[in-house]
Ligand binder design. Structure first.
Ligand SMILES: Cc1cc2nc3c(=O)[nH]c(=O)nc-3n(C[C@H](O)[C@H](O)[C@H](O)COP(=O)(O)OP(=O)(O)OC[C@H]3O[C@@H](n4cnc5c(N)ncnc54)[C@H](O)[C@@H]3O)c2cc1C
Length: 422
């Protein structure tokens, strides 16, 4: 059936127009081809020749869709226009992403998938002109893939200042040594943005001022991909464990300045968290539609599912979850766009609420579909895994709950009360 979208009163007409264009593309040019795009090439029982043929067909279809997306002005809407994006502010993005993420693989087709989208934002903000030309422009054009390598097996990812991967300056190079894991897109990445502690023998960096990010081409000697970590019982994935062993990159591969690495990562993660939530809302919307579409036609024990009170409860609770998640995300995006000091609390709030709500909605949709719900015939099983991962990635629930409480308490201790209307 597809996503139902109508103009929103009070929203900038240009954004309403983009929303309508996006919905037409999703419903007309993507949803009818989801199988061909994502599922058919992966089916296990087909011959190698048939798999290769389906992969070619899928690639051709993706290119066709991307051309239509670019033509509609919807490619990488979060990036400035000079780098091939649409230059939209955060609030507009919140209204748009919920549509772009509705179809399976939507974020990839619209150039808003992590980690490329976050890396592109960091390159746009911190990159030199040369770095932008060499890495950002082809990344946005879809000619390059990238990964973001921060988390380490030996140290808490929840506490990024604890990382120990070191970059030591040696003449006109930096030499990187460290052990990372869960670097997403690691199999396909052409380059990684690697978070390190910089050691410049000629510099004067305090222990907390040495965080730095480096652009590391994936084919640099010493970039050793140990494995794609198996997740959720699947034997492998594109979330990679990587050893960086005496990896030499030229000085110009330092992204931003030494000492800016932590801030750059927080910028990236702050924006990335909102993008993740916007995308989750789109997928939740799809799961909700799938659930209700099934409930109105499936007969069990002499009646339709929609008439059973248990299922009515699923529908009502999912409506509450979806609309709450959606409005909280729009509110957080509005605060980010306005530079509101409450934005950090709002981001942590959606980073806790949205993945959990997403998880609940998909779980109910699976239940309504019965066995088919966990099959690969529907996107629900994959969504379920995405929702669970999102409760960890970019900061686990507990860390964000603590942040919310700290920010709120600080306000009261400073003599104020919390202004929910701000
Ligand atoms: C599928 C997937 C993709 C990922 N992609 C990337 C990527 O592309 N790049 C990258 O760098 N990283 C990536 N990550 C890593 C992710 O960001 C980390 O897993 C996450 O930040 C948590 O770090 P950790 O795994 O080291 O857990 P830890 O930091 O060891 O935390 C473990 C648990 O401790 C609890 N906890 C933590 N702090 C507190 C606290 N203060 N109080 C109470 N409880 C607490 C939480 O429940 C947390 O889940 C990915 C992870 C997954 C699962």
């Amino acid at each position: 059936m597809g996503i139902s979208v109508s103009p929103i009163a009070g929203l900038d007409p240009a954004i309403n127009d983009l929303r309508m264009r996006a919905a037409r593309l999703v419903n007309g040019a993507i949803l009818p081809y989801e199988d061909e795009l994502w599922r058919a090439p992966r089916e296990a029982e087909i011959s190698d020749d048939e798999r290769a043929r389906r992969r070619r067909a899928s690639r051709a279809r993706r290119e066709e869709i991307r051309a239509a997306v670019a033509e509609a002005g919807l490619w990488a809407p979060h990036l400035p226009t000079e780098y091939g994006g649409a230059g939209l502010d955060f609030l507009s993005l919140a209204y748009l992403y919920e549509i772009l993420a509705y179809a399976v693989g939507g974020p990839t087709l619209f150039g808003i998938a992590a980690p490329n989208s976050g890396n592109a934002s960091v390159l746009a903000k911190y990159g030199t002109e040369e770095q932008k030309r060499k890495w950002l422009v082809p990344l946005v054009a879809g000619e390059l893939e990238s990964g973001f390598s921060m988390t380490e097996p030996e140290h808490a990812g929840s506490d990024p200042r604890s990382i120990t991967t070191e970059a030591v300056r040696d003449g006109d190079h930096w030499v990187i040594n460290g052990h990372k894991w869960f670097t997403s897109n690691g199999v396909d990445a052409d380059f990684f943005i690697v978070m390190c502690r910089a050691v410049d023998p000629s510099g004067d960096h305090g222990p907390s001022g040495r965080m730095a990010q480096f652009i590391v081409p994936a084919d640099t000697p010493g970039v050793n991909i140990v494995r794609g970590i198996g997740v959720f019982a699947s034997p492998t994935s594109d979330h990679c464990e990587i050893r960086y062993e005496d990896v030499r990159v030229p000085l110009e591969n330092l992204l931003g300045r030494v000492g800016e690495g932590h801030q750059a990562a927080q910028d990236r993660l702050g924006a990335g968290r909102v993008y993740h939530c916007m995308n989750a809302v789109g997928q939740m919307w799809r799961a909700f539609d799938l659930m209700v579409e099934r409930a109105v036609v499936r007969e069990v024990h002499g009646g339709l599912l929609k008439d059973k009170q248990f299922v009515q409860g699923f529908i009502a609770d999912s409506y509450l979850d979806l609309q709450s998640a959606r409005l909280m995300t729009i509110d957080a995006a509005d605060k980010v766009a306005a530079g509101n000091p409450q934005a950090r609390t709002a981001i942590s709030a959606i980073k806790v609420f949205v993945p959990n709500a997403f998880h609940r909605v998909v779980d109910r949709a699976i239940q309504v579909w019965g066995g088919a719900g966990v099959s690969n015939d529907l996107p629900l099983a994959q969504m379920y895994l995405s929702a669970r991962v999102l409760r960890l990635a970019d900061g686990p629930d507990e860390v964000h709950r603590i942040l919310i409480a700290k920010n709120v308490v600080h306000h009261y201790e400073s003599g104020g009360t919390w202004d929910f209307g701000a």
